[in-house]
Design a protein around this ligand. Structure first.
Ligand code: SF4
Length: 356
């Protein structure tokens, strides 16, 4: 192995555990390694060590509930929900009872988090009521994460008061090119979440072979700069009928490399990192969080209440435990609002500055 590269990997990993973020040039150097090289294997080993250190050997399972399978006017080039792509056949909108049943199943099976995921313009006043009802009807120590449209500071606060604990938001790779969003609109939501009591989860996504080391380094560092508490990497799925269907996919080796880089760069800041698709190898390259999906999925052309690709909570738990991660929250009391609203009480103004 190249000694200078090994020394760089060690320096970044140890710096991350001391709370230091490396300069972008160093992140780019790691991303420029051959993903099949011995140095990349060493990088994955160090990333795995960091994952165990920062998590205290705990792993997370997020159960995602896709609430609506419906055309979305934002038309992101990789998403099956883009109305222009005509991929959506019959629209499906899960009822509150159906969503609560999916959440209950996840929690009873051992998921540490449930993520409510919607298309961009789903009515957040409705979702706030559902969050409150989930907290009232599904007992347990679990996080509720929101993966929804744009949030104002007031909305982020209201969502937390209804019982959510975190929100996931991403400045997607080539935002504004592969999506019609003004990147500033996405950034405003990320800042609103970060400034609220909600924890911010983020990810580098959706990664395709055309994304450069420079862009990936920017994605990794941006999440850290925004104060996220968890990160991830997601390979783009070539959804049939979408404009990026034929733009190619990255190899598993490359995905593991990007994951490992993010893991050692993030150090103490990220208590968990996920990987999509949730391959077993990721748990030996820096991931300690796996996502199980049900309902509407922007990476598929049909919804279903069954686990996506047959990947279940039980299987995720088995993989995490085999890799040495106990499935539990690092803090058994998730950051739930101590004085929750049982209902929204008031409507929260919609954000301005949308771009379509
Ligand atoms: S990624 Fe989100 S905003 Fe873009 S088309 Fe899909 S649902 Fe709409």
């Amino acid at each position: 192995m190249d000694e200078a590269t090994v020394a760089l990997i060690d320096r970044i990993a140890e710096g991350g555990l001391a709370g230091t973020v490396p300069p972008k040039a160093d992140v780019v150097r790691l991303l420029a390694l051959d993903p099949c090289s011995p140095e990349a294997s060493y990088l994955e080993e160090r990333a795995c060590e960091v994952a165990h250190r920062v998590s205290g050997d705990t792993g997370r399972i997020a159960g995602a509930v896709g609430i609506d399978f419906a055309p979305c006017s934002m038309n992101c080039s990789f998403c099956s929900f883009g109305e222009r792509w005509g991929v959506i056949g019959e629209e499906v909108a899960y009822t509150e009872d159906e969503v609560i049943a999916m959440v209950r199943a996840y929690v009873e099976q051992g998921a540490t988090m449930v993520t409510l995921r919607s298309t961009e313009f789903y009515d957040l006043d409705v979702l706030q009521e559902w969050i409150a009802d989930i907290r009232a009807q599904v007992p347990g120590s679990y996080e509720i994460n929101m993966n929804v449209g744009e949030l104002t500071p007031e909305r982020a606060q209201a969502i937390w008061e209804c019982g959510a604990t975190s929100a996931y938001h991403v400045l997607r790779l080539r935002e504004g090119e592969d999506t019609p969003f003004d990147p500033e609109v996405r950034i405003a939501t990320i800042r609103a979440i970060a400034a609220s009591p909600l924890l911010l989860g983020t990810c580098v996504e959706p990664i395709g072979p055309e994304h450069t080391d420079d862009e990936l380094a920017d994605g990794i560092l941006f999440g850290l700069e925004c104060g996220a508490y968890s990160g991830g990497v997601m390979a783009r799925v070539p959804v049939p009928g979408t404009p990026l269907e034929h733009a190619g996919t990255i190899s598993e080796d490359r995905l593991m490399q990007i994951l490992a880089v993010e893991r050692i760069v993030a150090g103490l800041q990220y208590e968990s990192i996920g990987c999509h698709p949730p391959v077993e190898r990721a748990l030996y390259a820096g991931a300690n969080s796996l996502t199980v999906e049900a309902g509407a999925n922007p990476r598929d052309v049909e919804p279903g209440a069954e686990p996506w690709k047959g990947f279940t909570v039980a299987e995720a738990k088995g993989l995490l435990e085999k890799a040495g991660f106990a499935v539990r929250l690092p803090n058994p009391e998730p950051r739930v609002c101590p004085t929750p609203r049982l209902r929204t009480g008031e409507r929260v103004p919609k954000p301005s500055g949308r771009c379509c």
